[in-house]
Design a protein around this ligand. Structure first.
Ligand SMILES: C[S@@+](CC[C@H](N)C(=O)[O-])C[C@H]1O[C@@H](n2cnc3c(N)ncnc32)[C@H](O)[C@@H]1O
Length: 348
C-alpha cells in the first residue's frame, strides 16, 4: 500500500511488513519472510486470531462462501496453471515456505481521489501525494505473469498518476495478456480512459455506487449520477461490441441513506444486468460524525429514520432471488437478520 503496509490480504488487519518505496525488494523477501510464514503456520494450525478474526469479507456471507478457488480461469497460460497447481500442493501440504508466487497482487496506490464520499475512511489522510511507484513495482513483472490477476485501488486509481502509469504498462505488456487487470474505481472518469482500457482484453472493474440518482450524489459527494450511469452502460456496450472479456460489478455500502434507496438500487442492477455486492462500513478517524449518523448496524435506533427499512430489504431480497443472484440476496438477508437481532436484544 501507498502507506508502506505490506499485508497478505486486503482484508487482513494484523501486523504487516514495511515497503521501501525507493528500492524494490525481492518479492520472496515478503512472500517467504518470517512474518508471512508465521501467518501461514497459524492458518495451517487453524489459529485464526491473528489478523483474520472478524474478517469483513465473510461478515454477512452464508457459511461456505469462498474468497478464492484453485480452479484456473479458461485460457490460462501453462505458467499460470503450474503456479496455481504449486499453490494448491503447498496448501495441501501445509507448507510454511512456498515455491509459488501470489495468485493475486493487490496494490493500493494512494488516497488521492476526485470524490469526497461521506463515509470514506481515507478523507482524514488527504491531501497526501504519497504513492506507490509504478516503475519500482514493474520489477516484479516475472512474478506478475505467473499470477492470475493484478488488482488496483486507491484513492481513485483512474486519477492517480502512478496507478495510471502502471495501467499503461499492463495494457502494453504482451506477457501479461492472460493476467486479469482488476480496477476498484468510482467510475466517475471512466469515459476519459476507455481508449486505454480497450487495449486490455481481460479486465474487471468494480464500481462503487451505494445508491442511484439523488441517493448516489448524497453519499458520493462530487459525483454525478448521470455521468457514472452513462459510463457503466458504455463499458458494457463496448465490451459486447468489441468482444472483450470484460466484467463489471458494483460495490455498495449499506448505511442509513443507502438503505432508504435500496430497492431502487436493486431495480437498477436487475434492469442493467449488472451484479451488485453489499457490505457495511467501518469506522476510521475523520468520519465519526457519519458513523454516528449512518451506521445502522452499530446504532440500530437509526432505523427509525427509515420507516420502510424492512420493506427495502424484503423487496430487494425477493427481486435478487428472482434474478438468480442467490449469494447477493443472502448478504441482504443476513444483514436484515443481524439488524433484527440487534433491535430485539434484551436489556442487559
Ligand atoms: C476507498 S474506495 C477506493 C476505490 C474507488 N475510489 C471507489 O470509490 O471504489 C474503496 C471502497 O471502500 C469503500 N469504503 C469507503 N469508506 C469506507 C469505510 N469507512 N468502510 C468500509 N468501506 C469503505 C468505498 O465505498 C469503496 O467501495
Amino acid at each position: 500500500m501507498y502507506n508502506r503496509r505490506v499485508g497478505c490480504c486486503c482484508y487482513y488487519n494484523g501486523y504487516v511488513l514495511s515497503w521501501n518505496n525507493r528500492q524494490a525488494a525481492d518479492m520472496f523477501y515478503y512472500w517467504n519472510g518470517a512474518f508471512i510464514s508465521q501467518i501461514r503456520s497459524e492458518v495451517v494450525r487453524g489459529v485464526m486470531d491473528s489478523g483474520c478474526s472478524g474478517c469483513g469479507f465473510y461478515r454477512f456471507k452464508d457459511d461456505g462462501a469462498v474468497y478464492a478457488t484453485f480452479d484456473p480461469p479458461p485460457e490460462s497460460t501453462p505458467e499460470q496453471i503450474a503456479n496455481l497447481q504449486r499453490a494448491r500442493e503447498n496448501f495441501n501440504l501445509g507448507s510454511v515456505t512456498v515455491d509459488h508466487v501470489p495468485i493475486r497482487f493487490y496494490f493500493n496506490f494512494g488516497v488521492g481521489c476526485n470524490l469526497n464520499c461521506i463515509m470514506c475512511g481515507q478523507t482524514s489522510e488527504r491531501p497526501d501525494e504519497t504513492s506507490l511507484d509504478a516503475d519500482l513495482l514493474w520489477q516484479w513483472l516475472p512474478h506478475f505473469k505467473k499470477s492470475l490477476c493484478l488488482s488496483l485501488i486507491g484513492g481513485e486509481p483512474l486519477v492517480l498518476p502512478q496507478a495510471l502509469s502502471f495501467i499503461r504498462k499492463v495494457v502494453s505488456e504482451k506477457e501479461l495478456e492472460a493476467v486479469q487487470l482488476d480496477l476498484y474505481t468510482n467510475g466517475a472518469v471512466l469515459d476519459k480512459h476507455m481508449d486505454l482500457l480497450e487495449r486490455k482484453n481481460r479486465l474487471s472493474i468494480c464500481v462503487s455506487l451505494d445508491g442511484v440518482g439523488p441517493t448516489y450524489e448524497r453519499i458520493r459527494k462530487g459525483g454525478n449520477w448521470a455521468r457514472v450511469e452513462r459510463n457503466l452502460l458504455d463499458f458494457k456496450e463496448t465490451s459486447v461490441r468489441k468482444g472483450l472479456r470484460w466484467s463489471l460489478t458494483t460495490a455498495n455500502l449499506i448505511m442509513k441513506t443507502s438503505l432508504a434507496g435500496l430497492e431502487r438500487l436493486v431495480d437498477w442492477h436487475i434492469a442493467q444486468d449488472i451484479t451488485p455486492n453489499f457490505s457495511d462500513f467501518s469506522l476510521a478517524p475523520g468520519i465519526e460524525k457519519t458513523f454516528l449518523e449512518e451506521n445502522v448496524f452499530e446504532f440500530p435506533h437509526l432505523l427509525a429514520e427509515v420507516p420502510d427499512w424492512t420493506h427495502q430489504f424484503d423487496a430487494s431480497i425477493q427481486k435478487l432471488e428472482g434474478k438468480g443472484w442467490w449469494s447477493v440476496a443472502a448478504i441482504l438477508r443476513n444483514m436484515k437478520l443481524d439488524l433484527v437481532h440487534r433491535l430485539f436484544k434484551p436489556f442487559p
